[in-house]
Write a protein that binds this ligand. Structure first.
Ligand code: GDP
Length: 473
């Protein structure tokens, strides 16, 4: 038996540098589209085999040779040829591995543009891979996430998504919805005969199970987001508590300006650090006090906004101060107002007081939450603080192995819409509404699910997805 491929439509020839700009041992310039073998051949000569033409190469091959222009040799390269459909884009592709210098790369790109390619748009190779059915939209996005992953967990989650685990689940849901829709639409065709191809109570039951599955995915976004973006961690507390100092030691480098004048961190800064496999996005805020100057007011307003968006609040106080207990009402207020976030009370400057154990104990009794004593300046207690922080998101680093997670806001929103449509359709069934209305809601659910994997192609969504890629990807 022979397998026949549907040859994808080849786009116009494009070229771009696929490796980072700058100096490196090697760089890769890639081309894709109609006629790229001929275009590449115009500037390439195989070593010891000048009569060889790249278009003679089958499937996937490597050829050692030179790239030249009218002035002569530009570089020695390895030309990789991928014959359609056996390439990333499913089009004919050629890659030149050349020496990684910016001038070399510029010359090579220029001769290719002169020979008939145009410069690729950001993400255009991946976009073609999607449009030709090589990968679905979810997998295309996963490639982007994998490249940008800043922690091991984010990387693993992206790899999972790239392998299509979530796509398979969504495709199965679509199949089921398509089947129900088809039956309902058939009923509409026979509407005069009052037939019911789809038993309503069975349909309601099936849709209930489907909605449950969609909801589980919607709920996984909270954790998926933490994995991908990192745990939004805000360091809050009065001026001079030592927030900037703590931020600096956690990051291991000087970032915020540390000063003796109260209220100097006027705005907030954000930096990431990795504890084991989990990434924390740390924000230092303007000190929380009634600001006298307008600029400080603005900083404080932003601090509260940041705190309200945080996943984890490190409430820092100066435990060496005689009035350290004055902050207890504020801390209790935080616990109440920001109950969605985890909070650790960090009692700083333990190096300046003898009464550290009593004070920590006292705070623990009054606050009833996690209290950790540290000296940010001397680097004491930081191991324990990081351990507690890690414990707050325990299991997060293992989540990607166990379950299918939603990590993108776009997917989350489509799934929520799908869940609403499923809910509506169930209500319509319960109230014995007309077939047409039920079918309409099911079609909507189908579209929302299809939007995620790209089964329903929407140009606007494609632009949003691919403009985030770099040129050459
Ligand atoms: P912020 O206003 O909360 O950001 O506080 P800073 O980080 O600017 O610190 C205020 C002052 O407290 C600076 O002089 C720091 O050197 C000092 N400081 C911060 N942490 C400690 C600590 O653990 N021990 C001591 N002795 N001084 C500290």
């Amino acid at each position: 038996m022979t397998t026949s491929f549907i040859q994808p439509e080849q786009g116009d020839p494009i070229a771009a540098l696929a490796t980072p700009v700058g100096v490196g041992a090697l760089a890769v310039v890639r081309m894709s589209g109609k006629g790229v073998f001929d275009i590449a051949q115009r500037v390439f000569r195989k070593k010891n085999k000048p009569a060889f033409h790249l278009s003679q190469s089958k499937g996937f091959r490597a050829h050692f040779g030179i790239v030249y222009d009218c002035d002569g040799l530009i570089d020695e390269v390895v030309a990789l040829t991928f014959r359609s459909p056996n390439s990333f884009t499913m089009e004919d592709m050629v890659e030149f591995s050349c020496h990684g210098g910016p001038v070399v790369v510029k010359h090579i790109l220029q001769v290719l543009l002169d020979a008939g390619c145009r410069l690729a748009e950001p993400g255009e190779f991946t976009r073609r891979a999607f449009l030709n059915g090589r990968i679905d939209l979810l997998q295309a996005e996963a490639i982007g996430e994998m490249i940008h992953a800043r922690s091991e967990s984010a990387f693993r989650t992206a790899v999972n998504q790239m392998q299509g685990t979530l796509s398979l689940r969504l495709d199965a849901m679509r199949e089921q919805l398509l089947h129900s829709c088809a039956l309902l639409e058939l009923e509409l065709d026979f509407s005069e005969e009052d037939v019911e191809f789809q038993n309503r109570s069975q349909l309601a039951e099936e849709l209930g199970a489907l909605q449950e599955e969609v909801r589980r995915l919607v709920d996984s976004y909270q954790q998926g987001r933490l994995l991908k973006e990192g745990v939004a961690t805000v360091i809050a507390g009065k001026p001079n508590a030592g927030k900037s100092t703590l931020l600096n030691v956690l990051l291991g480098e000087e970032r915020a300006i540390v000063s003796h004048m109260p209220g100097t961190t006027r705005d907030y800064i954000e930096e990431c650090f990795l504890y084991e496999k989990t990434m924390f996005r740390l924000t230092d805020t303007a000190g929380l006090r009634e600001g006298e100057e307008e600029i400080e007011h603005e900083g404080i307003r932003r601090s509260y906004k940041k705190i309200s968006e945080a996943d984890l609040i490190l409430y820092l106080l100066d435990v060496s101060s005689e009035v350290y207990l004055d902050e207890v009402p504020q801390i209790l207020g935080f616990q109440k107002h920001y109950s969605n976030a985890h909070m650790i009370v960090v009692a700083n400057k333990i190096d300046l007081t003898e009464e550290i154990n009593e004070r920590l104990q006292h705070l623990r009794e009054l606050i009833g939450g996690k209290v950790c004593g540290i000296s940010a300046a001397k680097g004491e207690g930081l191991g324990e603080l990081k351990r507690i922080m890690g414990g707050m998101v325990e299991g997060l680093d293992k989540l990607h192995e166990a379950s299918v997670l939603v990590t993108s806001l776009r997917h989350y929103e489509s799934l929520r819409n799908a869940s609403d449509a499923l809910e509506n359709s169930r209500e319509l069934i319960d109230s014995c509404s007309g077939t047409e209305l039920i079918a309409f809601e099911l079609r909507s659910a189908l579209e929302y699910v299809g939007e995620i994997t790209g089964k329903v192609v929407n140009e606007e969504i494609l632009n949003v997805v691919f403009e985030r890629f770099c040129i050459g990807k």
